[in-house]
Structure formats: C-alpha cells, structure tokens
Ligand binder design. Structure first.
Ligand SMILES: [Zn+2]
Ligand SMILES: [Zn+2]
Length: 352
C-alpha cells in the first residue's frame, strides 16, 4: 500500500523539488562565477507554496482513486526485422512507451527520451512502475545514430537506458547541463552536443532545433533547475515534426509555430496534469490549444498510458483529448505503442 502510494509520492517529489530554487527571470541565463547556474521559464515558474506541497502529499496518501492502470494490453511488439525492412529513404515514427519514441529517418535511427527501465524513479524498489514493457527491448534496438533528451526528469532520462546506449549511440543531443549528467552515466564527452533554447543544428537531410517549454528540472532535492528543459523541433525536407517534451501551456508554442510551423505532426504532452501543478503540465484542452498554436496538422498525444504519474485515471488524457479534438476540428492520431507510422503518407486521423 505504502509503495503504491509512493508511486505518486515520487512524482510529487519531482514536482516539489524546484521549490527551493531561486531562479533567474526571463530566458535561461548564467549567474556569476561560483554561483550555481539555474534556469527559468519565460512566463511562469514552478514554485509551489508550502500548503500546496502539503496538499499534494495528503492527496498522495489518502485520495481515493480508480482506474489507475489499463486492464488491456496497449503495447504491440516491434520486431527488429520489421524495423530493418523499412525503406532507407523513408520517414517513420514509432511510440515505444510514455514519451519514448523511435524514428527511422533516411536510414538513421533516432531515439527521443528513451526510457526502457521498469520504474521512472531514482530507486529500483519504489516509484512509478510501467504498466507494460516498452515495444522493443534495448537489446533488440538497432545501432542508434542520435539520442535526443528533453530534460532530466526520471520519466525522460533513464540512467539504465543511457548507460546501455552510452557507447552504442553515436550522438546525444541534450539541454544545457544534462551533458554532465549523462557523462556520469558513461557517455563520452565527444558524443554529446548541448543546446540552449533556439539553438539550431543542421544535418545532411534535416535541421533540428531545441525549442522552449514551460517546465522545470531536477533529479534530487538539491539540483532544481540546474539543467535546462525544452522541446525538439525536427525539420525534414518533406515533413516537420514537433516533440513537446514536458510543458505547461504558454505563449512559446505560438512563437515556435510562427517560426517553424506549420507542423505536419505534433507529438504533444497529454497526461500527468493536475490542478496542484498547472504551470508545468498541460490539461487536455491546453494540449489541443498548444497544437493549434503550433499550427499543427495532426496531433499525436504522448506522455500517457505507461506510468501513473498524477491523480487522474490512466485513460482520462486520451478520452479528453479525443473529445476536445473532435469539438475543435483537430485531426488526432492515436497510434498504438509499437505501431509503425509512415510520416510521408497522408496520415489518416482516428477521429475523422
Ligand atoms: Zn518533466
Ligand atoms: Zn514527464
């Protein structure tokens, strides 16, 4: 029982640890030498009051909850042979679980926020446990060309996965400050490229941009906001993709849309929202609005159906996003974990 409660307790902890942070206003800026560098959001920072912290813990311990996890299998196995057989000139995307994605783009394999561990937690015995294994195992992955990280929370940066990929993946693209953390996990410095917001990196057939979000970072109570957080804008000649990472709703989505949109696909955070942390995760109507702000054409929700990280039922994010998309005339696609989505083909929305 206590361990069950700790599922959310751990997430609550991650929600709370920025409380002690004295962040800079405005864009991420560095403080004078010797002082710890801390990053800040452009509009609203996450600084819960003491009473909010108390409320979250009380709710984690005593709130009556139902429909916490699915009673049906949501993951279909992704065979390595099926991946290998995909056209080397194509653009494919596969949801592996939570916000973890595998892309095969022009023959290269890209991983985003790879979390293959059993728990999104600093410890192996407690914390949010995944409902099902990821669609493919680490061992079955092909050689990875690029790993993208959005921020350092446990449901996005998994130590075991990074340790496994450390010498197998050619390049890690990470927010400022996360470089040191993955070096500690065994990634050689020469394989890491760090990004500030709006930093662009052109490659042979794509350009990637690290774009802002409204969120926070930290893996312990002592490192709040010492590393940057953000989203990834992936611009291919034929297709534009936006990956939200974690974010509250803010004006940055419109700005990104104006700069790089319209996006063919937006992979949008949809899950782990709560009235006690409204600034750093989006409610479903905000997920849909952010997609509209980004000038997205097809919305694919992520950040749900894998870990129990908040107080809402596991399927509420998808039910709500389906209802609101319908209302607003937004094309929604809900691929299963492990399903291969061909990004060059016109994407048939699930709600039309
Ligand atoms: Zn996060
Ligand atoms: Zn997250």
């Amino acid at each position: 029982m206590i361990f069950n409660r700790l599922r959310i307790g751990c997430f609550g902890l991650s929600i709370l640890i920025t409380q002690a942070c004295a962040a800079n206003a405005g864009k991420p800026t560095e403080q004078p030498e010797e002082e710890t560098v801390r990053f800040a959001n452009t509009e609203q920072d996450h600084r819960p009051s003491f009473s909010t912290i108390l409320t979250i813990f009380k709710r984690a311990m005593f709130e009556k909850r139902s429909n916490i996890k699915p009673d049906v299998a949501l993951v279909q196995a992704l065979e390595k042979e099926a991946l290998a057989a995909l056209d080397d000139e194509g653009l494919y995307l596969i949801k592996l679980g939570h916000s973890s994605l595998l892309l095969k783009v022009y023959g290269e394999y890209w991983l985003i926020d790879p979390v293959f561990g059993e728990r999104a937690s600093p410890v192996s015995f407690a914390g949010p446990k995944r409902f099902e294994p990821p669609a493919i195992s680490l061992q079955d992955l092909p050689a990875i060309d690029k790993v993208f990280l959005s921020h350092n929370h446990y449901d996005h940066l998994d130590k075991g996965s990074i340790e496994f990929l450390a010498r197998r993946a050619a390049l890690f693209l990470v927010p400022l400050g996360v470089d040191q953390q993955i070096m500690d996990m065994g990634v050689p410095a020469q394989r890491i490229q760090t990004f500030n917001w709006w930093d662009e990196q052109p490659f042979a057939k794509a350009k990637v941009v690290f774009t802002p979000t409204q969120h926070f970072s930290g893996r312990t109570p002592w490192d709040s906001n010492e590393t940057l957080w953000g989203s990834w804008t992936l611009l291919f000649a034929e297709v534009k993709v936006f990956f939200s990472g974690d974010s509250g709703y803010f004006g940055g989505f419109k700005e990104i849309g104006e700069k790089y949109g319209p996006f063919d696909i937006t992979l949008m955070e949809n899950g782990a929202y709560d009235k006690n942390w409204p600034a750093v995760h989006m409610f479903p109507e905000q997920t849909v609005q952010a997609h509209i702000d980004l000038q997205g054409k097809v919305l694919i929700p992520i950040h749900n159906s894998t870990f129990d990280l908040a107080f809402h039922p596991w399927d509420e994010p998808l039910n709500e996003v389906r209802r609101i998309s319908q209302q607003k005339g937004v094309s929604l696609r809900l691929p299963a974990f492990g399903e291969i989505v061909d990004l060059r083909k016109p994407i048939i929305a699930d709600n039309q």
